[in-house]
Each structure stands twice: as C-alpha cells, then as structure tokens.
Design a binder for this molecule. Structure first.
Ligand code: CU
Length: 118
C-alpha cells in the first residue's frame, strides 16, 4: 500500500515539476516575426498575443537602421533598445504578463507598431 502511495506521489510531483519548470507547451508560446527595411520600417507592425503566453519576437533587418529609428524596443515588454543591423536578427523573448496595448518604438519613443496583449 505505501509503495502505491509513493508511486502516486512521485507521479504527481513529476507532473507538477514538468508544468512548473519543463518545456512550456506549444500552445502557450507565440512566435512573432517582422522584417525591418529603411523604406518600410517594420512590416508587419501590429501583433496580438494572449496574456500569460511566452512570446518570441524576432525582427529581421534587411537594412541597417539610421538616425532616430536605428534601434527598436517595446516599452513594458522589452525595455532595452536593440540596434537594427542588416542581417542580424533581433530577438526579444518575454512573457506577456499584463493585458494592454504596447507600442513598438525607437529608443526615443517614436511609435512604429504595437503588440496587443489580450
Ligand atoms: Cu527615435
């Protein structure tokens, strides 16, 4: 009898452990991809994700950014400006914890798109 209980306990702990620390299931992850060009800025530029989801946001620069728009960030989701350099993907991995509309901006705050967390 105690052996059965131990097996059950181990299974429960293992299941919990996987949920807490294991690979997140694919349905709670979202991958967003956009392309930066000097002429068109980022395209696409509007994204919607679900609250609580892990978001992999990738910008693929076709050009190197210049001047005011040479870096990119998402205040509230990714607060560190990332330089746009031709051929160097910018990756921002974050968890969308709070619903809202988050602007995608340059480091000065000029809007270039949005991530809507629903
Ligand atoms: Cu700017």
């Amino acid at each position: 009898m105690w052996k059965k209980n131990i097996v059950a306990a181990v299974l429960i702990i293992a299941a919990f452990h996987t949920r807490a620390y294991g690979n997140p299931s694919p349905d709670t992850q979202e991958t967003l991809t956009t392309v930066y060009s000097a002429a068109g800025d980022i395209n696409p530029k509007s994204f919607t994700v679900k609250t609580g989801h892990k978001v992999h946001f990738q910008v693929n620069p076709k050009d190197t950014g210049s001047g005011c728009m040479s870096d990119i960030m998402i205040p509230g989701l990714w607060n560190k400006p990332e330089l746009l350099v031709k051929g160097k993907p910018v990756v921002m991995d974050f968890v969308a914890q709070k619903p809202g509309i988050y602007k995608i901006t340059c480091s000065m705050g000029v809007s270039r798109g949005e991530v809507i967390v629903k």
